[in-house]
Every structure is written in C-alpha cells, then in structure tokens.
Design a binder for this molecule. Structure first.
Ligand code: COA
Length: 343
C-alpha cells in the first residue's frame, strides 16, 4: 500500500518581546483602533538584537522533535523568507544545532505559503521512500526586513517559528496527510517584494537607505487575491478529500488578517468558530503562521484527535496552497495553553 506522511510532532516558539498596537502608535502615525479594526491584530512578537530566524527555528524544531518522541529525522526543510544570510541556506546550520549529523537540509522560499509547500515536499519524500522522518520548520523574522516606520507593513507582521515532524504511516490513520494542491502566479511578483539585495538589484554599499531594501506590499490587491485563491484551492482540496463543508471541523488558514479569514470562511460555508484564530496575539508570522496557529488551536481545544482539518495559505510570489489532514493525537511543545516563548 502507498505510504502516507503522518503528522507525529508539533512545536512552537515565539520570541519574548511583545509589541502592542499602542507601542506602534508611539512611533508611527497609526492607532490601536485602526489596526484592530482593519486587521484583527492586537500585538505581535519581535526578535531582540542578535536573534535570527535560525535561532527561532532551532527552538521550534527542538520542541517538535521532543513532541514526536525524540527520534532523529533524516530530512530537514526550513521554510523562510528571512534566512540568516543570503548564502548559505539556514537549514544546514539549524540541523547541526539540533544535533542532526549528515542530514540533508535546505531552505524553501515561498513566503507565507512556505509551510504548505514544505508539507507537500515532505509528504512526497516520505511517500516515495526517499525519507523516513522529516522535520519541517516554518520560521520568519519579518521585523528584520520591514522599514522601521512603515505603517503599511509594521503593524501586520510578527516574528516566530513553528515546526512539525512527519513519519510514514497508513493513509487512514489519524495524522495522515490527505490531498494537497499548490499554485503560483509570478506575474504578481510585485505585490509582495523586497526589490533590492538579490542578483537583479544588489545592495549598494554607498546607499545605506537604498530604495527597495525593505519589504513592501500592495495591501488591497493582496487582500483580494488572497481571498480568491485561498477559497478556490481550499474548496478543491475539500472536494478531493471527499468532505462536505459540514464535515470540516477546523480550517487553519494562514493568519494574515482577520477580515481575510472571515471572507474565506464565509465563502467556504464555515462558521468562524471552526477557524483557527491566532493572529490577534502574533500578527502575520509568514511561514510560521500555520504551525503556530495549529499549536494554539490544540491548546484551546479547537483541534482534537480525529478532527477533519483543512490548511490553506497565500503569499508572495504569488504562491498559494491547501492541504487536508485528520488531526492526530499529539501534544505540541509547549502546549498552546502556555505562552510559547524563551526556554
Ligand atoms: N494606520 C492608520 N492608517 C493607515 C495605516 C495604519 N497602520 N495603514 C494605512 N493607513 C491609511 C492609508 O494611508 C489610507 O489612507 P487614505 O485613505 O488617506 O489614503 C487608508 O488608511 C486606507 O489604506 P489602505 O491600504 O487602502 O487600507 P486597507 O483597508 O486596504 O487596509 C491592510 C490595509 C494592509 C490592512 C489590508 O490591505 C490588508 O490586510 N491587506 C492584506 C495584507 C496581507 O494580509 N498580506 C499578507 C498576505 S500573505
């Protein structure tokens, strides 16, 4: 019988520093009322000086490995848009710090869809017999690429990391990943971008304030495309899984904006009570958003063993995706009732 990837470990990590909407209102022209009503976000976590995406990834990765029983893995995938360095990839050093010797490890770049792209890649390796156990980490420190006083982006994003471990198993057992669908449309690359710092437009050392060195986003267009794509791809996956809308116990959508989640849920015929909602406390954590939201939902009793779960995301590229799974009997580290933070 064809092997399926089965979710058997989950870890979450958030940096300690909390930035509230009122904190932001002190340094830019915005208000708590504006941010809360337009996005649903009340606060976010940010890395302190000297803390990198790799540091977040190591913490979340260690917790996922512990949650999975501590066995080593034979593949590490790190989904991120904010690697520690342009070169080399961050994943090999993360694997090394986790004590994983000679283990293949690479970074995956699909912005906010990175975790779902990674899930499909990990699951394909397992189904093909090319890997037994995979550690998939989604980690981002977007605060390091935002313009310091940009009110269009700084209120939206937060830093964090989430990770899962996948093992081979039976397609019918709890935790088994079901169908997944991915997509991209590169004609929309300018909606979400850091223009400078790559080979097309290298950083100019003579221009410390070079236009294009920071992250930019065309919020309104992203909003529209995100709702349309996440709705369509989630519906496609639900149908492929053979589920009716009323069969779905929980939608874990990329935590971009509460209004986006509401629009997607409404179009899918799902009440908001069946949607994971974590962004009020962490903002948009990019590649970390889905595993962080899963860990939070487990802690709040929103994800129980046997639940039928749909995951979906939309991100820069443009990229998008969705996947179905039946929730396993696992205990995330830390469990979502504690504050996932230092330690
Ligand atoms: N505080 C106060 N006012 C703000 C503001 C802020 N933080 N950011 C923008 N504004 C102002 C704008 O300048 C504009 O003013 P004007 O009407 O005088 O020109 C007004 O608010 C409306 O701006 P707009 O950008 O059209 O607001 P919006 O309703 O589209 O909300 C986002 C902006 C970013 C919250 C929204 O577009 C969004 O969430 N988009 C999706 C972003 C996302 O989720 N990206 C990640 C996907 S992976």
């Amino acid at each position: 019988m064809q092997k399926s990837a089965v979710l058997c470990g989950l870890g979450a990590y958030l940096p300690e520093t909390v930035v509230t909407n009122d904190d932001l209102a002190e340094i830019m022209d915005t208000t708590d009322e504006w941010i809360t009503s337009r996005t649903g976000i009340r606060e976010r976590r940010v890395v302190g000086p000297g803390i990198s995406t790799g540091d977040l990834a190591v913490r979340a990765g260690a917790r996922a490995l512990k949650s999975a029983g501590g066995e080593p893995v034979d593949l590490v995938i790190l989904a991120t848009t904010t690697p520690d360095h342009p070169c080399p990839a961050t994943a090999p050093f993360v694997a090394h710090r986790l004590g994983l010797v000679d283990t293949p490890a690479w970074d995956l770049s699909a912005v906010c869809s990175g975790f779902l792209y990674g899930l499909t890649a990990a699951s394909s390796f397992i189904a093909a017999g090319a890997a037994r156990r995979v550690l998939l980490i989604g980690a981002d420190a977007f605060s390091t690429i935002l313009a310091p006083a940009d009110r269009g982006t700084r209120p939206i994003f937060g830093d964090g990391a989430g990770a899962v471990v996948l093992r081979p198993g039976d397609p019918g057992e709890p935790g088994a990943l079901g169908p997944s669908v991915l997509g991209s449309d590169g004609s929309l690359r300018e909606l979400i971008t850091v223009q400078a710092g790559g080979s097309r437009e290298p950083l100019d050392p003579a221009e410390p304030d070079q236009e294009g060195r920071y992250f930019t986003m065309q919020g309104r267009s992203v909003f529209r495309h995100a709702v349309a794509r996440m709705t369509a791809v989630t519906e496609e996956v639900r149908e492929r899984a053979g589920w009716r809308p009323e069969d779905v116990d929980c939608l874990v959508a990329h935590q971009a904006n509460r209004r986006i989640l509401q629009a997607v849920a409404e179009r899918l015929g799902l009440p908001m009570e069946r949607c994971a909602l974590h962004l009020d406390r962490v903002g948009n954590t990019a590649a970390a958003s889905i595993p962080l939201a899963m860990a939070d939902a487990v802690g709040r009793g929103g994800l129980l063993p046997g639940h039928r779960v749909l995951l979906t995301a939309y991100g820069g590229g443009a990229t998008w995706g969705a996947a179905a799974l039946t929730w396993p009997d696992i205990t995330p580290q830390p469990d979502g009732r504690e504050r996932a933070s230092e330690g």
